[in-house]
Design a protein around this ligand. Sequence first.
Ligand code: SF4
Ligand code: SF4
Length: 459
Amino acid sequence: MTVATITFHRHPPQQIHPRETAGRYNRLRWAMVWFSQVIFYGTCWLRWDDRQAVLFDIAGRKAYLFGLVLWPQDALLLAWLLVLAATALFFVTALAGRVFCGFACPQTVYTAIFRWIEARIEGDHLARARRDAAPWGPAKLARRGSKFALWALVAGWTGITFVGYFTPMQPLLTDLAAGAPGPWAGAWIVGYALFTFVLAGFAREMVCLHMCPYARFQGVMFDADTLTIGYDQPRGEPRRPRGARQAEPAGDCVACNQCVQVCPTGIDIRDGLQYQCINCGLCADACDTVMTHVGAPTGLIRMMSAQPGGHAAHGYWREIARRLRTPRALAYLVVMAAVSLAMVWQLATRVPLQLDVLRDRQSLAREGADGRIENSYTLRLLNMREAARSVAIEVRDLPGGALIGPAVHAVEAGRVSTVSITVAAPPGERRQQPLRLQLQALDGSGDRAEAASVFFNPR
Ligand code: SF4
Ligand code: SF4
């Protein structure tokens, strides 16, 4: 099997101001920006019954996902979800390289938003580079100040929205308006806003190059079939400027350097696959514009694989279809299907009722007035449904065992009730006898929970 090689180049330390470009990859990137941000900024405002539809309530130790209420006992579901997300990321990377980096990563998305604001206030890439080099004066101060103020607004609202997924949004806004959001909420809003401001405003693609671990280990997920943005070298070389093409043989590359000027990481894709490339496709957009202008076919820079045939103009979707049939892609698909089935099975068999039993350690066993032996227990009854209901307790597996006192108890919606019970049974021959306690919901749902414990006889 041919293994794709990734070249490591030194990166220029100064701030990069890429030229703006238009094209299908740019449109796709902005579609992802809108899609992800409408979901992020909008979902925390949705209501379900009389509560926030999506809320990870840390104080209440519950997660609300529309009609589903998850408890700490459902942590395995979260683990499955993380495995599914990681496998999906590996699958997409093996299939099409760093498309997550170029189109869906929050760092890319917020950098695109912040850069858009910057271009509206400070002008194009040339004006921004000139202003960087110019001394500070009133004009530079005014433009930079306006830009920072707008960035701060976006970052601040991002921080509030983020915290609004962990504490209910409407009370949070009321507290913020009163200037008292509480120490934890306040610290997280400020911290997350600062994080967004610095990473999207200043660090930008440096995060991808120097901080993101995914950029480092993705090389092991690449192979010769992986689709990445690449330069069709046989077609493009020898590159010659338009004025020098008559005298010597020339490939399709007109050496205009547009692909380098639009690159947010400042690399030249014509040097081959490099770890700095985030697969954003902007160089392909720029080159397509140039090719159209000079009357040559587009696709000199495009999504391609490193296979010998990958450089031919197969078409993107045919490459994807071919790649989907490789053993690696099929293995990822099988893992994702298995994990999804495990999640569905766990959700389908989940019982929203739970019982925990604690023995009373003060008195192990005592003899009652009727000669039977009595043991005391503390029960924790967890009702995970969003409706109050009654439950019946029953003693199992203990010969002659019965409850003393009421067997039916009420449990509030989404609450834990603590109940003390006494179990009585005729004296047994053994020091310890096993017993099970069963909890049965009386709301017709059929929900049932059990817990095991022991029954002690006096010595
Ligand atoms: S944009 Fe296209 S034509 Fe211009 S230098 Fe890059 S590869 Fe060559
Ligand atoms: S080389 Fe092209 S695809 Fe890679 S980061 Fe630069 S512009 Fe984006």
